[in-house]
Design a binder for this molecule. Structure first.
Ligand code: HEC
Length: 184
């Protein structure tokens, strides 16, 4: 029996207690983050369009204008088609098909008469946000485009998403399924 023996017996317990304490601290620190990440992912999928999984791109309201448009009654809307930098670069270079990473957004508003000027029309309530995302591999079955239509930030139903490609394909196939031309 040496005087050092009790110490060498005690130390594994001390080490275990210290490790357990560290583990508890690490867990307590991580759990809230993990919960936040999990719920954010849940939200992202809930806000993604059916079939395509397209979401509203962050910051799109600051994107550059490609062209305005107008829709006659019954919808009677003002619209603006805008694009991310990849889209704008492709438009300016007159490049077709659009490269992967292109995102086009169509914003739409009810028409409203200007309260200050009788003949002027201004945007009223926002109606839909429509998105086209180019990913030639992921969306190979629909001309390389993924579609999303959103009302109040929420995607519309699957039936509506089944109509997107058919109309764009029938009328704009020769222009990589995109109707809008860069406004002069
Ligand atoms: C019946 C035809 C039709 C259907 C269905 C349709 N679109 Fe379009 N889309 C158009 C037309 C026409 C334009 C040109 C801009 C305009 O006049 O509003 C357009 C433009 C767009 C644009 C701007 C880029 C471009 O091609 O000019 C996006 C984004 C878009 N549509 C998304 C969608 C989504 C998402 C759906 C399905 C939920 C959809 N569209 C269904 C006819 C259609």
């Amino acid at each position: 029996m040496t005087p050092a023996e009790p110490e060498t017996k005690k130390s594994p317990y001390v080490t275990m207690i210290v490790l357990a304490a560290i583990l508890i601290v690490v867990l307590l620190t991580c759990v809230p983050y993990l919960v936040t990440i999990a719920s954010a992912e849940g939200r992202a999928t809930a806000d993604a369009s059916p079939i395509f999984g397209v979401t509203i791109p962050p910051g799109y309201k600051q994107w550059e204008l490609i062209a305005p448009a107008e829709e006659a009654a019954p919808l009677d809307e003002l619209r603006a088609v805008i694009g991310n930098q990849t889209a704008i670069d492709a438009y300016q270079a007159g490049k077709l098909p659009f490269p992967d990473g292109t995102i086009l957004v169509k914003r739409a508003w009810k028409r409203k008469q200007s309260p200050e000027f009788a003949s002027a029309t201004i945007p009223g309530a926002a109606t839909t946000v429509q998105v086209m995302v180019k990913d030639s591999k992921k969306y190979a079955a629909t001309g390389g485009w993924g579609f999303g239509r959103f009302i109040n930030g929420k995607p519309v139903d699957e039936a509506q998403h089944r109509t997107c490609f058919a109309c764009h394909e029938a009328r704009a196939k020769a222009r990589d399924y995109v109707f809008t031309r860069l406004a002069p």
